[in-house]
Design a protein around this ligand. Structure first.
Ligand code: ADP
Ligand code: MG
Length: 470
């Protein structure tokens, strides 16, 4: 029974034509997506040091029957959709039935595959899109596609390739992003002479992230998970101080497909608010699950970009989720300026992107961790105490509880106090330190004195030479 079929011309007409294979990374991306669609648990990618000379992707997925293997290289041959309506329900990464044909056309391609129903596998070899040999082969269930001499018959495209390093970098990015987004898959990735990585199945996103980036929970990386109005966003966010000068360490996937998106990048950036300087980009893995009918994956020839039916909504949900997660870095009570991580009132709605209007967000707040708040109170209080402000000034009950600690710390006789630039006083206290702006402290002391005089009715006064009547 053949599972792959040629798409009806009417369907082909509605699909953006021409799967574009413009560089080696595009080959890797298509082959990896096919391996994932085939339900693989192990995917091994190998590239030559000049990736246009060889890219090989090997998987342990369903494999193909002999009949399917022959059809797979034909244009518009797919097992993934049948009608236009299927596009709105699409759950697979492929659907145009074009990738293998497009790759085969500009390379020497070797496809070797076996499905569980057949005892012998099939090997198909094609050159420039023409099948030159078909043979039986003994092999495990799964598929291996080897692409050699990419663009051998389109020298113009070959000339447009960037340096070997640049092509490898883009290709690696694609592989790493998929590895991040699919922690349950065992990935192997090797590049001749420089890279040889084995990533066994990981428990969850964070474990894979830790292995890949060498940074974990103790460095501030944190998983997040949030759902609002049918949009589920999850992933891992790096600590603000790990942010980079480029977007290279940001991965976005929509319904399992790794994409790039300026809109999602902006939402992520805004979620970090003032925690980052303007020219830094946080490390992040962002997974978005959304009803396929709400997203059009068919807007870009390489499916590198998607379009959401309600972009503003997705923007709000992602930004809100990131803000929520970042709240752990922001002591409550400290209000950030416009675009910062301000503390919204419970149930508050996040505004949309510029010009997005008020389509309203789901209540995303109320889940903030309050741990930093205590630290903030402590610092505030330490300042008060360092300034010898009267106890009446410390209003919140919780603050009083901490007071003993600080008082004790400061009361220790040998406590050192440093002065910096004749402007700041720095002193260690138990579990932290206090920094006092001398000038502000002096103003505060004068204010307290004036206030005390005013309320005691014994304020400093001066008799006027001539009485003034009001
Ligand atoms: P699409 O992925 O859009 O369907 P492709 O040209 O990438 O188009 O692949 C054509 C068909 O070949 C797929 O629909 C699938 O049935 C089959 N196929 C391709 N790669 C694999 C693989 N690694 N494992 C199993 N089947 C595959
Ligand atoms: Mg495909």
């Amino acid at each position: 029974m053949s599972r792959i079929h040629l798409l009806d011309p009417s369907v082909v007409g509605t699909i953006r034509a021409g799967e574009v294979i413009d560089r080696p990374a595009a080959v890797a991306k298509e082959l990896v997506e096919n391996a994932l669609d085939a339900g693989s648990t192990l995917i091994a990618i190998h590239a030559a040091s000049h990736p246009e000379r060889l890219i090989r992707v090997q998987d342990d997925g369903t494999g193909m029957s002999r009949e399917d293997a022959l059809l797979a290289l034909r244009r518009h041959a797919t097992s993934k959709i049948e009608s236009v309506d299927d596009l709105a329900r699409i759950r697979t990464l492929g659907f145009r039935g074009e990738a293998l044909a497009s790759i085969a056309e500009v390379s020497r391609l070797m496809l070797s595959t076996r499905c569980a129903d057949e005892l012998t596998g099939t090997q198909v070899e094609s050159l420039g899109g023409a099948v030159i040999q078909v043979s039986g082969v003994g092999r495990a269930v799964g598929t291996t596609v080897a692409v050699e001499d990419l663009f051998f018959n389109t020298p113009a495209r070959l000339r447009f390739l960037k340096s070997r390093e640049a092509e490898i970098r883009v290709l690696s990015r694609i592989v790493w992003n998929y590895a991040l987004a699919y922690p349950r898959v065992h990935w192997k990735f090797s590049v001749e002479g420089r890279e040889d990585t084995d990533l066994p199945e990981a428990r969850d996103l964070l474990e894979r992230w830790e292995v890949l980036y060498g940074r974990g929970q103790e460095d501030g990386s944190a998983e997040f998970d949030h759902e609002a109005g049918g949009i589920h966003v999850s992933g891992v966010l790096g600590a603000p101080e790990q942010a980079r000068a480029s977007r290279d360490y940001q991965a976005f996937a929509v319904n399992g497909r790794v994409i790039s998106s300026g809109m999602l990048g902006a939402a992520l950036r805004q979620g970090y608010g003032n925690l980052l300087p303007g020219d830094r980009y946080p490390l992040a893995l962002i997974l978005i699950e959304i009803d396929p009918a709400q997203v059009d994956s068919n807007v870009h020839p390489t499916k590198r970009e998607v379009r959401f039916r309600d972009e503003a909504r997705v923007f709000q949900v992602l930004r809100g989720a990131v803000q929520d997660s970042m709240r752990r870095y922001v002591p409550t009570g400290i209000a950030f300026g416009e675009g910062g991580v301000a503390e919204p009132a419970p149930g508050a709605e996040y505004g949309g992107p510029a010009g997005a209007g008020e389509s309203g967000g789901e209540g995303t707040s109320g889940t903030a961790t309050l741990a930093p708040a205590a630290a903030a109170l402590k610092t505030e209080e330490a300042l008060m105490l360092a300034l010898d402000v009267s106890a009446a000034e410390v209003t919140a009950g919780a603050q009083v509880r901490e007071r003993g600690d600080v008082e004790e710390s400061l009361a220790e006789p040998e406590i050192p106090i440093w002065q910096l630039h004749e402007r700041y006083l720095i002193a260690p206290i138990r579990g932290g330190m206090v920094i006092v702006d001398q000038h502000a402290a002096h103003e505060r002391i004068l204010y307290e004195e004036a206030r005390a005089h005013l309320y005691s009715g014994t304020g400093a006064s001066q008799v006027l030479l001539f009485p003034s009547f009001v």
